[in-house]
Write a protein that binds this ligand. Sequence first.
Ligand SMILES: [Zn+2]
Length: 434
Amino acid sequence: MSILIKNVNVITMNKNKDIIEDGVVVVRENLIVDVGDKSLISNYSDCQIIDGEGGILIPGMVNAHTHASMVVFRSLGDDVPDRLQRYIFPLEKKMVDEQLVYIGAKYAIVEMLLGGVTTFADMYYFEDEVAKAVQEAGIRAVLGETVVNFSAPDCKESYGGLDYSKWFIEKWKDSQLITPAVAPHAPYTNSEESLKKIIQISEKYDVPIMMHAAEMKYEFEDCIEKYNMTPMAYLDSIGMLNERFVGAHLIHVTDEDLKLIKERKVGISHNVGANAKGGKGTAPAVKMYKSDMKIGLGTDGAMSGNTLDIITQMSLVGKVHKLINEDRTLFPASEIVEMATIGGARALNMDDEIGSIEVGKKADLVIMETKSINMQPIYDYYSALVYSANPSNVDTVMVNGKILVENKCLKSLNIGQIMYQIKSVREKIQKFGF
Ligand SMILES: [Zn+2]
């Protein structure tokens, strides 16, 4: 049976950024088959009806960079310097196993769905466990096994992620909801030889490469010292930058790097919340957006940014860039909603399928209710979404034509059981002695 969504203000995010007030969207199986005003209702007699009660219907949001399972470490060592080398890597080595990854991923997916995220891009260990959680929940995801130059939780040999990636890609390449990828951790944790193998895997299977790049100051300085090139120029010199490459962060980039990023059609995940909290600086997102680069928004892992929803990121993107540039006209709210939806889809090369409300696209949709105190009054839908809304306003979430959240309740997973599991993981981590 088809589903007809009515009594909603439709933020299409199509090319013209059309808004249809009191609009209607019809979904059949996993696709959007009709979009228009309320006169469409009379064309459809035998449909399941969703009454949006005057809410705002938006394309499902895309979290373009995260490490879902790291949610188990949230609020641990937040203000500690050099956290990555001193805390995160040793903690992961001792604590991360299949069960932790699976439980963490499920918990993170609950948070993302309840926050209106319908697609997330993930890089971590035991990525097959994340894939299982994705399948159970019914969310859409791009998943890449991490490749690093040291013994990882799921592989004693350095670069074990390479073989894992091949196996993982073979296993999931025909999945409806999962796009497998390969995920070198960063330029400073991979040798040139390993990166070249990653390029081969990406070409052979036509899968994305997801990687932290130009994130750290020391990464930039070391790269200049070692190769006399910036991290982005170095990656390009070995043939890594192309339309399949999705770079997370891209903070330390020169104007020449920006040209390269644009020319090579590199996808960008702008992770403003995590970068602000880490005191790392921020990517030149205004320049990136204005130059028509493929820029979306990401949360990074919840140990870095503490939240996994994109609504929080939208508000931060606007405020941070207006603040550092001392210019309130930068990043009008419609541009921020664009980055949160179709922009993220572009960054992941999925904009043919998702990211806007148009006939033929996959039915990944979110209704934001407008009845809560914090949402009124509304003079501008985009502003309401970026600056008034919070994840608690997410009322209905559909992924691939299936309703996963209804009246703010998750339908596909048992939250009580997941909460219980996450508490038992917390106890183990607590005993670890941090
Ligand atoms: Zn990250």
